[in-house]
Design a protein around this ligand. Structure first.
Ligand code: TRP
Length: 377
């Protein structure tokens, strides 16, 4: 990928508290390790696919948008096509960690499957499954919970943020424990590689700790669970069209399933600035830089080069370039998505098959766990 990668703007905004310095250091190390992993995958995935078995997933809370596509979907397909054994969890139980209702669960799950398939995930090679259909995976959460402390759970940054935001509102027991459930997602299939965003790194550290502790406490040091590694995307954090974090509730995103016209309208309404000449300057002109980044990623072109092309055309011309880049790049995806949407029985069969495969794997793992814990009766 040749698009320029600015250090993310939110990174610059973080204050100098010790925790955040640590976080920056952890992040830098994880980035470095990720490029090594990428090289190893290139070299060995084809001959030894199990070595890089990968699991990642999404919460079915709504439609996927171009940020998901650029930062994760494309990458999953790339890894799958390199021969990596791929598992994708549709994390339906994770939806109810922090909300009162399950929402349009069925439609959201179907939407995810549509985007996965349209993007090129191949159900013959990639196991697509939902939490709720794999009891043995969920059962792993019990022994795993015994391996973590409550203090550790409360230190998890996501959990901490939610606790801080709760303002005394009661929080469910699933909230502080969901990172352990996520560990079960990752470990049930012995995955080695977990492509995630920066915010998920603490969950991965927790998962690694659970794997280590399980092996030493319950398995006499045998490696029942290998410690998985994060694979960070090199795509910078993308902002919504209003210059703030992409979020479907803010209506500042372009969804993969949107039409070309909806896309054009959304981008036309995007925030820019009053300077006519378009330049790539993420520090001083974050909104313009964000649009240039989106165009650059879709066109596989550097942000500077897109800026140069637009030049004195101003915001209007920039938006035309972005709209065209998005619509042309996604035309195939959207066409396939629409075709697949006409065949709900097929989507159901993909999930049934993925769930069946995930169940087989999870039952095998749970049998081992029971055996090493002396619980095979
Ligand atoms: N927590 C992830 C998110 O909010 C989704 C997820 C669930 C996941 N289980 C996972 C990601 C396992 C990676 C691995 O996006």
């Amino acid at each position: 990928m040749t698009a320029t990668i600015p250090t993310t703007t939110t990174e610059a905004a973080t204050t100098a508290a010790t925790v955040e310095i640590d976080d920056t250091r952890t992040y830098a190390a994880a980035r470095e390790r990720s490029s090594v992993l990428d090289a190893l995958i290139d070299e060995h995935a084809a001959e030894d696919p199990a070595r890089f078995r990968m699991l990642t997933g999404d919460r079915p809370t709504g439609p996927l948008h171009i940020g998901h596509y650029l930062a994760s979907l494309r990458n999953r397909v790339r890894l799958q096509d390199k021969g990596v054994e791929t598992f994708v969890v549709i994390a339906d139980y994770q939806v109810i960690t922090d909300r009162d209702s399950v929402g349009e669960m069925g439609a959201n799950v179907q939407g995810l499957v549509l985007d996965y398939l349209a993007a090129g995930l191949d159900p013959a090679r990639t196991t697509i499954f939902t939490h709720s259909a794999v009891p043995a995976l969920n059962q792993l959460m019990l022994p795993f919970l015994s391996l973590v402390t409550d203090a550790e759970l409360r230190r998890n940054p996501t959990v901490k943020d939610e606790l801080a935001l709760s303002a005394g509102r009661p929080l469910s027991g699933l909230l502080p424990t969901y990172p352990v459930h996520q560990a079960a997602d990752i470990l049930f299939c012995h995955s080695r590689i977990v492509p995630v965003g920066r915010d998920q790194l603490p969950h991965l550290e927790q998962t690694r700790a659970i794997a280590r502790r399980f092996n030493s406490r319950y398995a006499a040091g045998h490696s029942v669970f290998p410690e998985p590694e994060a694979l960070l995307s090199d795509v910078p954090l993308l902002l919504g069209t209003d210059g703030t974090k992409m979020s479907k509730s803010k209506g500042n995103v372009v969804n993969l399933g949107d039409t070309a016209d909806e896309t054009a309208a959304r981008i036309r309404a995007a925030r820019t600035d009053s300077e006519r000449r378009i330049t790539y300057d993420p520090g001083a002109r974050p909104a313009v830089a964000n649009l240039l980044t989106i165009a650059g990623l879709f066109l596989d072109e550097s942000c500077e080069s897109v800026a140069e092309r637009v030049g004195d055309g101003g915001a209007r011309a920039l938006k035309d370039v972005v709209t065209e880049a998005v619509n042309e790049s996604l035309a195939g995806h959207r066409g396939r998505r629409a075709d697949l949407a006409r065949d709900p029985a097929y989507l159901t069969s993909v999930l049934h098959e993925g769930n069946a495969r995930a169940n087989e794997v999870a039952e095998r793992t749970l049998a081992t766990v029971r055996a090493v814990m002396g619980m095979s009766y």
